[in-house]
Design a protein around this ligand. Structure first.
Ligand code: SF4
Length: 359
């Protein structure tokens, strides 16, 4: 069977690109089973027996020690920081993004499935490329990036590597960020938040049933949003609106009201889906749906709501306005920043401080 052979080959190949994990992200549970480990890197908290792997398939138990992804990237790319998307972090700056392989979810519409579904989908062709933190920082500096971002696959499942990279990045004056599904744990946040400036979470639906279809649980994501905000790490939320999956008025209102209850200052990005990977037949998201969601966000009390992926078609919802006097503070078309008018993080007209990281 050629497909099975491809998967086995990839697993062997990936096993070379690992390091040992350490507390708090794993702990022995040998009182339950000799050599067994509990992984705490994501909300699945997998019990992994010797010779086995976790749900993400990239963390392995080898004779009672947990081997985790390390020392490689599957891809790197220079992006506008707006593409992450962070709209309240140094507008117009650039981020060097890197991703590894694997994910703890299996979303049928994943736009990065070619790396995130490694070891789960025989069609994945991405392979590890060796690197180290110094090289990533050097590339970032040479290309004019001010941030290193762990993205494309789920960064929580490779948190040891991200922390290792971010320690060097911080020392070199770079900002650091996660683009994550938010399936975090207390142990993972304790491990990574001290080294993170910004965290983006996908709030994919407000129905637990929907999350379970994707491989997660709603309660873990809501917990992460509250914890990361309470910690003080800058947080922005994205909801990719998929026709028929998560775009009813009721569900959008629930998402917005939850976010506003955590803080009305959390930016909420509602973005347009296009058919991809295994999710076809529902059509792409129309601009009207984004506008409807954006208005529901405002009604719920959110001060900063953005509509993405359909540049030029979403009225004023690409721009940042002062919530008090309505002055346009950052004018955007898509990922392009036309006019950043903030003065020291405040509205130049009425001096209201705007939440975010502006320098
Ligand atoms: S990262 Fe999550 S899915 Fe992977 S082994 Fe750990 S708990 Fe399981």
């Amino acid at each position: 069977m050629p497909k099975a052979q491809t998967l086995i080959d990839s697993e062997r190949e990936l096993a070379q690109w690992t390091a040992l994990s350490y507390p708090p992200l794993c702990e022995p549970v040998s009182d339950e089973e000799p050599g067994a480990l509990r992984c705490h890197a994501c909300g699945h908290h997998c019990l992994i027996r010797p010779g086995k792997q976790g749900i993400c398939k990239v963390r392995f138990n080898v004779s009672g020690t947990l081997r985790v992804p390390f020392g490689y990237v599957a891809t790197t790319q220079l992006d506008p920081i707006e593409k992450k998307p962070f709209f309240h972090v140094t507008p117009g700056a650039k981020a060097l993004s890197f991703g590894m392989l694997g994910c703890d979810f299996h979303c049928g519409y994943c736009q990065n499935w070619d790396i995130s579904q490694a070891l789960r989908d025989p069609a994945v062709s991405a392979r590890p490329k060796p690197t180290d933190p110094q090289t990533l920082v050097k590339i970032a500096k040479e290309q004019g990036a001010s941030m290193l971002t762990s993205t494309y696959n789920e960064p929580l499942i490779t948190a040891e590597w991200s922390r290792h990279v971010f320690q060097t990045a911080r020392a070199a004056g770079l900002k650091t960020s996660f683009v994550s599904n938010g399936n975090a744990t207390p142990e993972a946040l304790e491990h990574i938040l001290p080294w993170l400036d910004c965290y983006k979470i996908d709030l994919k639906t407000f129905q637990d049933k929907g999350y379970r279809e994707l491989g997660g649980q709603l309660k873990h994501v809501l917990w992460s949003i509250k914890e990361i905000h309470a910690h003080g790490t800058w947080l922005e939320i994205v909801s990719l609106l998929i026709p028929g999956f998560n775009d009813s008025d009721n569900e959008l209102r629930q998402m917005a009201e939850f976010l506003a209850s955590v803080s009305p200052d959390i930016p909420w990005h509602v973005t347009a889906f296009h058919e991809d990977y295994k999710m076809h037949g529902m059509g792409n998201t129309p601009a009207q749906t984004l506008l409807r969601a954006a208005h529901l966000g405002r009604q719920a009390g959110l001060r900063y709501v953005y509509a993405g992926n359909l540049p030029g078609s979403v009225d004023d919802f690409e721009n940042t306005r002062c919530p008090d006097c309505q002055t346009v503070l950052v004018e955007r078309v898509g990922y392009h920043v036309k006019k950043p008018l903030l003065k020291n993080g405040a509205c130049p007209a009425c001096s209201k401080k705007i939440p975010g990281i502006w320098t």
